[in-house]
Each structure stands twice: as structure tokens, then as C-alpha cells.
Design a protein around this ligand. Structure first.
Ligand SMILES: [Zn+2]
Length: 72
């Protein structure tokens, strides 16, 4: 029998669709508030959250990221 265990750290992001902002970088209306958690994963299952929830703003058009509150 052979078991393959994989473990590591992964960041999980939850995108909030409540509010959309305009990106100052590419001017697209595609910036969302994202809540990110770093988790310890085992066999791709998140087991232990390693840090508090981080809030950041991410543009899904150009990839621009900001941790500041709007207005940017
Ligand atoms: Zn952008």
C-alpha cells in the first residue's frame, strides 16, 4: 500500500461581491474586496488557519492589489 500525503500552506481568498470599485491602475470597474486566510493544508484540505483574516482590494482585470481602504 502506498500513501501520498501532501501538506503545505495555502492562501484562500473569498471575494466579496457587495461592492465594486474602479481600479486606479487600469480604470476597470473590477476591483473587489477580498478576504484572505493563510491555512495549513493537509492533502489539499485546509486544516488550521495560520493568521487572521486579511482584507485587500484586488483588480481582476490587471491584478492590481491594495490593502488600503477606498478611495484609492
Ligand atoms: Zn486594474
Amino acid at each position: 500500500m502506498f500513501f501520498c500525503f501532501t501538506f503545505g500552506f495555502e492562501q484562500f481568498k473569498r471575494k466579496s461581491r457587495n461592492q465594486v470599485y474602479t481600479c486606479p491602475h487600469c480604470s476597470a470597474q473590477d476591483v473587489y474586496l477580498v478576504k484572505a486566510n493563510d491555512c495549513f493544508t493537509f492533502c489539499f484540505i485546509p486544516l488550521i488557519p495560520c493568521s487572521g483574516t486579511k482584507q485587500l482590494y484586488e483588480c481582476y482585470t490587471c491584478g492590481w492589489v491594495n490593502v488600503n481602504q477606498p478611495p484609492f
